[in-house]
Design a protein around this ligand. Structure first.
Ligand SMILES: *[C@@H]1O[C@H](CO)[C@@H](O)[C@H](O)[C@H]1NC(C)=O
Ligand SMILES: *[C@@H]1O[C@H](CO)[C@@H](O)[C@H](O)[C@H]1NC(C)=O
Ligand SMILES: *[C@@H]1O[C@H](CO)[C@@H](O)[C@H](O)[C@H]1NC(C)=O
Length: 248
Protein backbone atom coordinates (compact mmCIF):
# COMPACT_ATOMS: atom_id res chain seq x y z
CA UNK A 1 0.00 0.00 0.00
CA UNK A 2 1.45 3.37 -0.90
CA UNK A 3 1.74 6.31 1.49
CA UNK A 4 -1.32 8.11 0.21
CA UNK A 5 -3.52 5.03 0.58
CA UNK A 6 -2.28 4.49 4.16
CA UNK A 7 -2.99 8.12 4.96
CA UNK A 8 -6.55 7.77 3.69
CA UNK A 9 -7.05 4.56 5.67
CA UNK A 10 -5.73 6.33 8.76
CA UNK A 11 -8.08 9.26 8.24
CA UNK A 12 -11.02 6.97 7.52
CA UNK A 13 -10.34 5.11 10.78
CA UNK A 14 -9.91 8.14 13.00
CA UNK A 15 -12.85 9.94 11.45
CA UNK A 16 -15.05 7.20 12.94
CA UNK A 17 -13.98 8.43 16.36
CA UNK A 18 -15.54 11.73 17.33
CA UNK A 19 -12.84 13.85 18.93
CA UNK A 20 -11.70 17.44 18.77
CA UNK A 21 -8.24 16.54 17.46
CA UNK A 22 -9.74 14.48 14.66
CA UNK A 23 -12.08 17.33 13.79
CA UNK A 24 -9.12 19.70 13.60
CA UNK A 25 -7.11 17.23 11.53
CA UNK A 26 -10.11 16.76 9.25
CA UNK A 27 -10.39 20.50 8.78
CA UNK A 28 -6.71 20.73 8.00
CA UNK A 29 -7.07 18.10 5.28
CA UNK A 30 -10.07 19.94 3.86
CA UNK A 31 -8.14 23.23 3.95
CA UNK A 32 -8.38 23.74 0.22
CA UNK A 33 -12.13 23.99 0.62
CA UNK A 34 -11.79 26.69 3.24
CA UNK A 35 -10.19 29.40 1.17
CA UNK A 36 -12.14 32.53 0.30
CA UNK A 37 -13.21 32.54 -3.33
CA UNK A 38 -12.06 35.89 -4.77
CA UNK A 39 -14.86 38.36 -5.38
CA UNK A 40 -15.43 40.03 -8.74
CA UNK A 41 -17.38 42.91 -10.21
CA UNK A 42 -21.14 42.52 -10.27
CA UNK A 43 -21.46 44.15 -13.70
CA UNK A 44 -24.43 46.02 -15.20
CA UNK A 45 -26.99 43.20 -15.48
CA UNK A 46 -27.84 41.94 -11.99
CA UNK A 47 -31.55 42.02 -11.12
CA UNK A 48 -32.96 40.87 -7.77
CA UNK A 49 -35.77 38.72 -9.23
CA UNK A 50 -35.24 35.96 -6.66
CA UNK A 51 -36.70 33.27 -8.96
CA UNK A 52 -36.28 30.07 -6.94
CA UNK A 53 -35.65 27.35 -9.53
CA UNK A 54 -32.94 24.90 -10.42
CA UNK A 55 -33.56 24.81 -14.17
CA UNK A 56 -33.06 28.35 -15.46
CA UNK A 57 -32.89 27.60 -19.20
CA UNK A 58 -36.33 28.62 -20.47
CA UNK A 59 -35.38 27.04 -23.83
CA UNK A 60 -32.57 29.48 -24.54
CA UNK A 61 -29.95 28.51 -27.12
CA UNK A 62 -26.90 26.76 -25.73
CA UNK A 63 -25.64 23.37 -24.59
CA UNK A 64 -27.12 22.14 -21.32
CA UNK A 65 -24.80 22.60 -18.36
CA UNK A 66 -25.39 20.96 -14.98
CA UNK A 67 -23.60 23.02 -12.38
CA UNK A 68 -23.21 22.22 -8.70
CA UNK A 69 -21.82 24.56 -6.04
CA UNK A 70 -20.58 23.50 -2.63
CA UNK A 71 -20.65 26.48 -0.33
CA UNK A 72 -18.14 26.54 2.52
CA UNK A 73 -18.09 28.91 5.47
CA UNK A 74 -14.36 29.68 5.54
CA UNK A 75 -14.50 30.95 9.13
CA UNK A 76 -15.55 27.48 10.33
CA UNK A 77 -14.26 25.40 7.46
CA UNK A 78 -17.63 23.71 7.20
CA UNK A 79 -20.31 23.41 4.53
CA UNK A 80 -22.87 26.15 5.03
CA UNK A 81 -26.60 25.56 4.71
CA UNK A 82 -29.38 28.07 4.00
CA UNK A 83 -27.20 30.28 1.78
CA UNK A 84 -29.05 31.78 -1.19
CA UNK A 85 -27.03 31.34 -4.37
CA UNK A 86 -28.15 33.65 -7.15
CA UNK A 87 -26.75 33.19 -10.66
CA UNK A 88 -27.23 35.08 -13.92
CA UNK A 89 -25.54 34.81 -17.29
CA UNK A 90 -25.75 35.33 -21.03
CA UNK A 91 -27.12 32.67 -23.39
CA UNK A 92 -24.98 31.02 -26.08
CA UNK A 93 -25.31 34.08 -28.30
CA UNK A 94 -24.33 36.56 -25.61
CA UNK A 95 -27.78 37.88 -24.66
CA UNK A 96 -28.95 38.56 -21.08
CA UNK A 97 -32.61 38.35 -20.14
CA UNK A 98 -34.21 41.73 -19.39
CA UNK A 99 -31.56 43.30 -21.66
CA UNK A 100 -32.52 41.61 -24.92
CA UNK A 101 -32.55 44.95 -26.75
CA UNK A 102 -28.85 45.48 -25.99
CA UNK A 103 -26.91 43.88 -28.82
CA UNK A 104 -24.29 41.39 -27.61
CA UNK A 105 -21.81 43.09 -29.91
CA UNK A 106 -22.21 46.47 -28.19
CA UNK A 107 -19.87 47.28 -25.34
CA UNK A 108 -21.95 48.41 -22.31
CA UNK A 109 -21.50 52.13 -21.61
CA UNK A 110 -20.51 51.41 -18.04
CA UNK A 111 -19.99 48.56 -15.61
CA UNK A 112 -22.51 50.27 -13.34
CA UNK A 113 -26.02 48.86 -13.16
CA UNK A 114 -28.00 49.31 -16.41
CA UNK A 115 -31.75 49.82 -16.74
CA UNK A 116 -33.52 46.74 -18.13
CA UNK A 117 -35.03 46.90 -21.61
CA UNK A 118 -37.74 44.26 -21.04
CA UNK A 119 -39.08 41.72 -18.53
CA UNK A 120 -37.63 38.41 -19.76
CA UNK A 121 -36.08 36.21 -17.04
CA UNK A 122 -34.14 33.39 -18.75
CA UNK A 123 -30.83 32.23 -17.27
CA UNK A 124 -31.47 33.78 -13.88
CA UNK A 125 -32.36 31.91 -10.72
CA UNK A 126 -31.66 31.23 -7.08
CA UNK A 127 -31.24 28.07 -5.03
CA UNK A 128 -30.82 27.64 -1.27
CA UNK A 129 -27.96 25.43 -0.03
CA UNK A 130 -28.96 22.15 1.62
CA UNK A 131 -27.42 20.58 4.77
CA UNK A 132 -24.30 19.74 2.75
CA UNK A 133 -23.95 23.32 1.57
CA UNK A 134 -24.89 22.25 -1.95
CA UNK A 135 -27.04 23.68 -4.71
CA UNK A 136 -27.49 22.53 -8.28
CA UNK A 137 -28.53 24.40 -11.40
CA UNK A 138 -29.38 23.31 -14.92
CA UNK A 139 -28.31 26.05 -17.26
CA UNK A 140 -26.57 26.41 -20.64
CA UNK A 141 -22.90 27.03 -21.24
CA UNK A 142 -22.62 30.85 -21.62
CA UNK A 143 -21.51 32.54 -24.82
CA UNK A 144 -19.31 35.53 -25.45
CA UNK A 145 -20.47 39.12 -25.78
CA UNK A 146 -18.72 42.35 -26.62
CA UNK A 147 -15.30 42.32 -24.92
CA UNK A 148 -16.19 39.58 -22.38
CA UNK A 149 -14.87 36.04 -22.20
CA UNK A 150 -17.57 33.44 -21.25
CA UNK A 151 -18.53 33.64 -17.58
CA UNK A 152 -21.33 33.12 -15.06
CA UNK A 153 -22.17 35.68 -12.37
CA UNK A 154 -22.87 34.59 -8.81
CA UNK A 155 -23.99 36.20 -5.58
CA UNK A 156 -24.33 34.57 -2.17
CA UNK A 157 -26.84 35.97 0.31
CA UNK A 158 -27.02 35.13 4.00
CA UNK A 159 -29.99 36.39 5.98
CA UNK A 160 -30.77 38.92 3.28
CA UNK A 161 -27.24 40.36 3.13
CA UNK A 162 -25.07 39.99 0.03
CA UNK A 163 -21.91 38.36 1.39
CA UNK A 164 -20.28 37.43 -1.89
CA UNK A 165 -20.21 38.62 -5.51
CA UNK A 166 -18.17 36.70 -8.08
CA UNK A 167 -17.70 35.90 -11.75
CA UNK A 168 -16.86 32.31 -12.67
CA UNK A 169 -14.82 31.46 -15.74
CA UNK A 170 -13.71 28.47 -17.83
CA UNK A 171 -10.43 27.21 -19.19
CA UNK A 172 -9.42 28.68 -22.55
CA UNK A 173 -9.29 25.19 -24.04
CA UNK A 174 -12.93 24.53 -23.08
CA UNK A 175 -14.08 27.95 -24.30
CA UNK A 176 -12.51 27.29 -27.68
CA UNK A 177 -13.93 23.78 -27.96
CA UNK A 178 -17.39 25.17 -27.22
CA UNK A 179 -16.88 28.00 -29.71
CA UNK A 180 -16.61 25.42 -32.50
CA UNK A 181 -20.01 23.92 -31.65
CA UNK A 182 -23.52 25.01 -32.61
CA UNK A 183 -24.88 27.53 -31.69
CA UNK A 184 -21.76 29.17 -30.20
CA UNK A 185 -20.00 29.25 -33.56
CA UNK A 186 -22.55 31.79 -34.84
CA UNK A 187 -21.04 34.37 -32.49
CA UNK A 188 -17.33 33.65 -32.16
CA UNK A 189 -14.96 34.67 -34.91
CA UNK A 190 -11.59 34.48 -33.22
CA UNK A 191 -9.75 32.53 -30.57
CA UNK A 192 -11.02 33.22 -27.05
CA UNK A 193 -8.40 34.05 -24.44
CA UNK A 194 -9.50 34.87 -20.89
CA UNK A 195 -6.41 37.06 -20.59
CA UNK A 196 -7.79 39.43 -23.24
CA UNK A 197 -10.71 40.28 -20.93
CA UNK A 198 -9.71 43.16 -18.66
CA UNK A 199 -12.28 42.28 -16.00
CA UNK A 200 -10.87 38.73 -15.87
CA UNK A 201 -7.37 40.16 -15.43
CA UNK A 202 -8.35 42.79 -12.87
CA UNK A 203 -10.51 40.46 -10.75
CA UNK A 204 -7.94 37.65 -10.60
CA UNK A 205 -10.21 35.48 -12.76
CA UNK A 206 -7.68 32.64 -12.80
CA UNK A 207 -8.73 31.89 -9.24
CA UNK A 208 -12.42 31.55 -10.15
CA UNK A 209 -12.14 29.20 -13.11
CA UNK A 210 -14.41 26.16 -12.88
CA UNK A 211 -12.00 23.32 -13.64
CA UNK A 212 -12.62 19.67 -14.56
CA UNK A 213 -15.81 20.21 -16.50
CA UNK A 214 -16.91 16.90 -17.98
CA UNK A 215 -19.39 15.74 -20.62
CA UNK A 216 -22.81 15.31 -19.00
CA UNK A 217 -23.24 11.85 -20.52
CA UNK A 218 -19.61 10.92 -19.80
CA UNK A 219 -18.83 10.89 -23.54
CA UNK A 220 -19.40 13.98 -25.63
CA UNK A 221 -19.31 17.65 -24.69
CA UNK A 222 -21.61 18.36 -27.63
CA UNK A 223 -24.43 16.70 -25.62
CA UNK A 224 -23.93 18.86 -22.55
CA UNK A 225 -21.58 19.54 -19.65
CA UNK A 226 -21.28 18.78 -15.97
CA UNK A 227 -19.30 20.93 -13.55
CA UNK A 228 -18.91 21.72 -9.90
CA UNK A 229 -17.09 24.23 -7.79
CA UNK A 230 -16.44 24.99 -4.14
CA UNK A 231 -17.43 28.55 -3.21
CA UNK A 232 -15.67 29.72 -0.04
CA UNK A 233 -17.55 32.57 1.62
CA UNK A 234 -17.17 34.62 4.78
CA UNK A 235 -20.79 34.96 5.99
CA UNK A 236 -19.98 37.99 8.13
CA UNK A 237 -18.60 39.92 5.14
CA UNK A 238 -20.76 42.42 3.34
CA UNK A 239 -19.89 42.94 -0.33
CA UNK A 240 -19.06 46.54 -1.07
CA UNK A 241 -21.28 48.68 -3.27
CA UNK A 242 -18.34 49.11 -5.65
CA UNK A 243 -18.41 45.39 -6.27
CA UNK A 244 -22.13 45.65 -6.75
CA UNK A 245 -21.54 47.98 -9.66
CA UNK A 246 -24.14 50.36 -8.34
CA UNK A 247 -24.13 54.03 -7.57
CA UNK A 248 -25.58 54.54 -4.13
C1 LIG B 1 -41.95 45.11 -16.75
O1 LIG B 1 -43.28 44.78 -16.37
C2 LIG B 1 -43.89 45.75 -15.53
C3 LIG B 1 -45.23 45.21 -15.08
O2 LIG B 1 -45.92 44.58 -16.11
C4 LIG B 1 -44.01 47.06 -16.28
O3 LIG B 1 -44.60 48.04 -15.47
C5 LIG B 1 -42.61 47.51 -16.69
O4 LIG B 1 -42.69 48.68 -17.48
C6 LIG B 1 -41.91 46.43 -17.47
N1 LIG B 1 -40.52 46.84 -17.68
C7 LIG B 1 -39.95 46.86 -18.86
C8 LIG B 1 -38.57 47.36 -18.89
O5 LIG B 1 -40.51 46.46 -19.87
C1 LIG C 1 -32.58 30.84 6.34
O1 LIG C 1 -32.32 32.09 5.74
C2 LIG C 1 -33.44 32.96 5.68
C3 LIG C 1 -33.02 34.23 4.97
O2 LIG C 1 -32.48 33.93 3.72
C4 LIG C 1 -33.92 33.27 7.08
O3 LIG C 1 -35.08 34.08 7.01
C5 LIG C 1 -34.23 31.98 7.82
O4 LIG C 1 -34.55 32.29 9.15
C6 LIG C 1 -33.04 31.05 7.76
N1 LIG C 1 -33.39 29.77 8.36
C7 LIG C 1 -32.65 29.21 9.29
C8 LIG C 1 -33.14 27.88 9.78
O5 LIG C 1 -31.63 29.73 9.72
C1 LIG D 1 -29.63 34.82 10.63
O1 LIG D 1 -30.50 35.54 11.46
C2 LIG D 1 -31.01 34.78 12.53
C3 LIG D 1 -32.07 35.62 13.24
O2 LIG D 1 -31.60 36.92 13.47
C4 LIG D 1 -29.85 34.37 13.45
O3 LIG D 1 -30.33 33.59 14.50
C5 LIG D 1 -28.86 33.56 12.63
O4 LIG D 1 -27.72 33.27 13.40
C6 LIG D 1 -28.42 34.33 11.39
N1 LIG D 1 -27.62 33.43 10.58
C7 LIG D 1 -26.43 33.75 10.16
C8 LIG D 1 -25.72 32.72 9.40
O5 LIG D 1 -25.90 34.84 10.36
Amino acid sequence: MNKLASLFLFIATISLINCELCARLGRHILQHQCVLTPEGTEGPYYLPYHLVRSDIRENRPGLQFKLKFKVTDITKCEPMKNVTIDIWQADALGTYSSYTKNLPTTVPKSVLHADPTDNTTFLRGVQITDDNGEVEFMTVFPGQYAFRTPHIHLQAHVNGTTVHVAQLYFENSLNNRMARLTPYKQRVNKEIRNEDDYIFRRDNGDATIIHNIKPLDGKRLSRGLNGEMIIGIDPSHESSSALHGRQE
